[in-house]
Write a protein that binds this ligand. Structure first.
Ligand code: ZN
Length: 151
């Protein structure tokens, strides 16, 4: 592991930046290891090359194929998360990471550890969820009544 401590980061007022950076980099390392490890596994088994033939015997898709699909979906999901982590690191460098999208307040570090891609602070998120729930209730009521009238 290289320690690339950059000079200049100490101008930032608090260790929050350092903490968040460490948290994101840790996550990135884990994801990279997982993605690379999985890709190596799949390649080693030689199953990935046979993917295009699946179309022909899709009807008799065996458990092994399903397993492959799950693996594939998992790798895809992890590499998407990896992209998000990279984005977050870029935003952190620009000073846009970890602040609430709604009120501009800093999102609690604890919250970011649990939800690294949270864009709102807890209060704003809760307010939004409440609003969404109300919205959904209204929509489903509207939906139900229009469905009723259509019949
Ligand atoms: Zn907020």
């Amino acid at each position: 592991m290289k320690s690339n401590v950059k000079v200049g980061t100490e101008v930032r007022p608090r260790s929050r930046y350092t903490e968040l950076k460490r948290m994101l980099e840790e996550r990135r390392r884990e994801l990279q290891a997982a993605v690379q490890g999985k890709i190596r596994d799949v390649r080693a088994e030689g199953t990935w090359g046979g993917k295009q033939n699946d179309v022909f015997d899709a009807v008799e898709s065996s458990e092994a194929d399903i397993q492959d699909d799950i693996e594939f979906a998992l790798i895809q999901m992890k590499s998407e998360t990896l992209n998000k982590v990279n984005d977050a690191l870029v935003r952190l460098e620009q000073g846009d990471y970890g602040n609430c999208f709604e009120c501009g307040e800093e999102i609690a570090e604890k919250r970011l550890r649990a939800l690294p891609f949270a864009v709102r602070c807890k209060d704003c998120e809760e307010a939004r969820e409440m609003a969404e729930k109300r919205e959904r209730q209204l929509a489903s009521r509207r939906g139900a009544s229009s469905l009723f009238f259509d019949m």
